[in-house]
Ligand binder design. Structure first.
Ligand code: SAM
Length: 345
């Protein structure tokens, strides 16, 4: 099995049958080799640098009803909030002082944030922080809306495709959402000049190895600058409350595979990974990850952005835990890069 890790390192690709074997193996030697190859490749392109992105969770209102998500509209026990423009600017100010040079505004699909309102915030951020990247993660918006936000100063957009298999996509989402529309949004974003991030949950209910291979093939076609993956974690108030969560082993294997397939991609060690394992972030970094997204949201709303159970938002997951985070990153063998951290392709 180790020869498959070698081949992937050398050629950045494998056949479907080879990928299946690598995704499914629990061979420790292969996991070790995958990890050391992934680490070498990330060091080749990015050295020991880890880029920080300050995450501002601007709204927990969502018009969508994704079956896995704790802020889905039919979760009547979810606590809803939205940040004001002033609050968002205060989060950014705090982040800037802490050394962040990328701000990520993420939220549910909240119709309060019309183009006028969101563009007003983007323009203000752009004017005040010309040296920072502005990333959006606001779900599916029209091409026109994305164009206006780009013109207002946004640089990047994160929109996980969630599942590239039609069948799996339909099992995870209500019928009004479609994979073709999600993909169209990603292609629109790319053609508008955004740096684009796609990705999926690992171990989502009903996900098979062929579904994961379909995800990898879609990513090869899209060629995103960023890829976000993290384990699925059940939320108690969703239809998937009793489903099993994604495993640490599979998530790490896939991170290693992604680093080897997409040598220069920006790859975060996600909050979900830190949530399922205390040393998840460090393991992620050692398996090819080079991005971390600490939480800059006001402390009193963090618990309300409740995507899955026990979501980590304190300690070194929180922006104010920066000193602790720096130590963890250094202890894992890397260094914090106080820069925008653009794609180098
Ligand atoms: N509304 C935007 C969108 O749809 O892209 C951004 C917010 S959405 C809550 C951010 C990501 O959270 C989703 O892309 C999804 O993959 C992840 N997520 C939601 N529920 C999750 C769960 N139960 N476990 C792990 N990740 C989850």
């Amino acid at each position: 099995m180790t020869e498959l890790a070698d081949k992937l390192r050398l050629t950045c690709d494998l056949t479907d049958a080879e990928l299946k074997a690598l995704i499914e193996t629990d061979d420790r030697e292969t996991a070790k080799l995958l990890r050391s190859h992934a680490d070498e490749v990330r060091r080749l392109h990015y050295g020991r640098k880890v880029f920080l992105r300050g995450l501002i969770e601007i709204s927990s209102y969502c018009r969508n009803d994704c079956l896995y998500c704790g802020i889905r509209r039919s979760n009547s026990s979810a606590e809803r909030y939205r940040l004001t423009r002033k609050q968002i600017m205060m989060c950014a100010e705090n982040g800037y002082q802490l050394g962040f040079r990328t701000f990520v505004m993420q939220g549910g699909e909240d119709s309060f944030f019309t183009d006028d309102r969101i563009c007003e915030v983007i323009s203000e951020l752009r004017e005040k922080y010309p040296d920072c990247a502005i990333t959006l993660s606001l779900g599916e918006r029209s091409r026109e809306s994305c164009k206006r936000m780009k013109e207002a100063g946004a640089d990047r957009y994160l929109l996980r495709h969630e599942a590239a298999s039609e069948e799996l996509y339909a099992k995870l989402h209500p019928s009004e959402l479609s994979l073709s529309h999600r993909k169209q949004c990603l292609y629109d974003l790319r053609s508008l000049g955004y740096q684009v991030g796609a990705g999926f949950m690992v171990g989502a209910p009903y996900q098979t190895t062929s579904d994961i291979i379909a995800d990898l093939r879609f990513l090869q076609e899209l060629k995103p600058q960023m890829i976000g993956i993290g384990p699925f974690i059940p939320h108690r108030c969703t239809p998937f409350a009793d489903k099993e969560g994604g495993s640490l082993g599979l998530t790490l294997r896939l991170l290693g595979i992604l680093r080897l397939m997409f040598p220069k991609v920006l790859l975060p060690a996600t909050t979900a990974l830190s949530t399922i394992a205390e040393n998840g972030r460090e393991l992620g970094l050692q398996t090819g990850c080079n991005v971390i997204m600490p939480n800059l949201s006001p402390a009193d709303v963090r618990k309300k952005y409740d995507l899955y159970d026990n979501k980590a938002s304190t300690g070194s997951e929180a922006a104010e835990g920066c000193a602790m985070l720096k130590k963890c990153i250094e202890a894992a063998g890397y260094e914090v890069a106080a820069e925008r951290g653009d794609y180098i392709g």
